[in-house]
Ligand binder design. Structure first.
Ligand code: MF3
Ligand code: CO
Length: 251
């Protein structure tokens, strides 16, 4: 069942998501060659708590950290570690969830460390744009998979592949609510979109094949072929007008 939110509830979700957005801004400033992902995780946790929130991911199904940091061929759910330091030329996917005033916010960005290759830059740009293409379809009267289809067409049209094993989701009082939002598939299927629906749309894009696997730590998802992968996610609300992107900075 898709839980629709009132305007008051959406305002609270936006507040949670603004903490997510500010945490992203903080980590982006700190990202540089030499810093470890554990250091970034600690900074994020401290900041989120200082803002009055809680890191949504910590303890979720036993997840051991506050944010997910996934480097290069790591797709999602990379566990921060003091043994993992960022290097010039790496790309790092930063996924942050915040619980605040009863609601979750969730957003991801992939950024370069120092100077990155043209190939990596193009992957990041394509993934960022794929999210925008999906969000554009999140309007009243469309069907759920219009979002999915638009993302797949865009990504594959540029010669990349979309990850099929992980999908976007409804979000609200729970981090994962109905519906699941694949980044692929035929258009015109699934629920009809209505005002007050709140979604986390999150394309994961690979340079090579779409196949992914989970590493021995039971969390870190990597591409099977070792190719680079990027992840971009925003939490949005369907409104009478254009979609409200709750997880982008408003000021
Ligand atoms: N943003 C991810 C998601 O939507 C992160 C959750 S995984 C966690 O599923 F375990 F780290 F929480
Ligand atoms: Co998510």
């Amino acid at each position: 069942m898709i839980i629709r939110k009132s305007q008051r509830e959406i305002a609270k979700m936006q507040a949670a998501n603004q903490i997510v957005a500010r945490t992203h801004a903080l980590l982006r400033e700190k990202i540089a060659p030499g810093i470890t992902t554990a250091e970034l995780d600690a900074m994020a946790e401290e900041f989120i708590k200082q803002e009055g929130g809680q890191p949504s991911f910590k303890g979720y199904r036993g997840y051991p950290a506050s944010v997910c940091l996934s480097i290069n061929e790591e797709v999602v759910h990379g566990i921060p570690s003091s043994n993992k330091s960022l290097k010039d030329g790496d790309i790092v996917s930063i996924d942050i969830g915040v619980f605040y005033q009863g609601f979750h916010g969730d957003a991801a960005r992939t950024v370069g460390v120092g100077e990155i290759s043209n190939k990596a830059e193009q992957l990041l740009e394509t993934t960022r744009q794929a999210l925008d293409v999906g969000i554009e379809e999140a309007v009243i009267g469309n069907h759920l998979t219009d979002i999915s289809h638009a993302i797949q067409e865009f990504v594959e049209g540029r010669g990349y592949s979309v990850v099929k094993q992980y999908v976007g989701h409804g979000i609200g009082r729970d981090m994962h609510e109905d519906p699941q939002i694949p980044n692929f598939g035929p258009p015109g299927k699934g629920a009809k979109l209505k005002e007050g629906m709140t979604f986390a749309i999150e394309p994961m894009v690979n340079v090579g094949d779409f196949a992914v696997k989970t590493k021995d730590d039971d969390w870190t998802v990597v591409t099977v072929d070792g190719s680079l992968s990027a992840h971009w996610e925003d939490s949005i609300a369907i409104t009478k007008d254009s979609p409200l992107i709750m997880s982008r900075l408003t000021d």
